[in-house]
Design a protein around this ligand. Structure first.
Ligand SMILES: Nc1nc2c(c(=O)[nH]1)N[C@@H](CN(C=O)c1ccc(C(=O)N[C@@H](CCC(=O)O)C(=O)O)cc1)CN2
Length: 281
């Protein structure tokens, strides 16, 4: 039977640590959250982040904008928040409505307030191994591996998905801890032949039931980053949990795995931003 990696419990522990450290600061850290439009899932995630902020003793400033918000309006708000000394971190909830230029929006956030670690400057710093912030979802995965005593060094790591938010930075963090990393994507032929070699398998594709038992090596660590809804509308990842669990050494559930860790790592980044801002004054 595999060890179930409990992201919910670990996230609670991380947030408690962040709250204790935040008490040492001379000013409460502040997060500005921008939500454009009416996507119900985004509303749930934003509410969750605001709750996390309260638990950690942070302030949160919500900016909910209508679906038809113009690009210039959004960029104007970000400029204001970049200058606001009460705001340590700025987060623009994704996805944005289709008429908005996501790259231009993310690039407008000041790198020292970019607690999602999406700005090209911060992505570059991550690439060269000198990060300002760690990207929340991949950092959450690394924290889970560390907490459960899973060393990456010398391991064959396979990452499924090549998004800028998860797949690419995930591969980079595994590489920086001396993993031998392969990134697979929609054009990868014979996916199963590669996933079967993985000591650590990270799936971030977004397809229900993608990872079946025959694709997993006996004793592998299986990390499911995806958040899908199955036919019954139930939240699930890419991994067929019931089938894969008996083959794995360790496995993350969905929900209760990587998702809560993403939020906890965001709190760490806000704390780090606030510390830096307060040291500058
Ligand atoms: N600006 C950002 N936008 C988005 C990000 C992000 O990191 N920054 N990631 C995702 C959504 N996301 C955070 O924003 C996120 C999604 C889900 C969870 C989570 O805790 N999931 C729970 C289940 C929640 C539920 O019941 O619906 C779990 O897995 O247990 C956290 C963060 C896209 N946008």
């Amino acid at each position: 039977m595999a060890t179930r990696i409990d992201g919910k419990a670990l996230a609670a522990k991380v947030k408690e640590e962040v709250a204790v450290e935040a008490e040492q600061l001379s000013r409460r850290p502040g997060l500005a959250v921008i939500l454009v439009g009416n996507d119900p899932a985004s509303r749930v995630y934003v509410n969750g982040k605001e709750r996390d902020c309260a638990e950690c003793g942070f302030r949160s400033f919500e900016h909910a904008l209508p679906e038809d918000t113009a690009q210039e309006t959004l960029l104007g708000l970000i400029e204001e928040l970049n200058r606001d000394p009460q705001v340590d971190g700025i987060l623009c909830q994704l996805p944005l409505p289709a008429h908005l230029d996501e790259d231009a929006v993310l690039n407008a956030i000041a790198p020292d307030k970019d607690v999602d670690c999406f700005h090209p400057y911060n992505v570059g710093r991550l690439m060269i191994g000198d990060p300002v912030f760690l990207p929340c979802t991949p950092a959450g995965v690394m924290e889970m591996l560390r907490e459960y005593g899973i060393s990456v060094r010398g391991k064959r790591c396979v990452v499924l998905g090549r998004s800028n938010i998860v797949g690419k930075p995930m591969a980079m963090l595994l590489l920086q801890q001396d993993g031998t990393v392969t990134v697979c994507h929609s054009r990868t032929p014979d996916l199963a032949a590669i996933t079967r070699q993985a000591d650590i398998l990270v799936s971030a594709v977004g397809r229900v039931g993608l990872i079946t038992a025959d694709m997993v090596k006996e004793g592998a660590v299986v990390i499911d980053v995806a958040m899908n809804r199955n036919e019954a509308g139930k939240l699930c990842g890419d991994v067929d949990y019931e089938a894969v669990e008996p083959r794995a050494a360790c496995i993350t559930p969905v929900p209760g795995g990587v998702g809560p860790m993403t939020r906890a790592m965001l709190m760490r980044n806000i704390l780090a931003a606030a510390r830096r801002h307060q040291a500058e004054i």
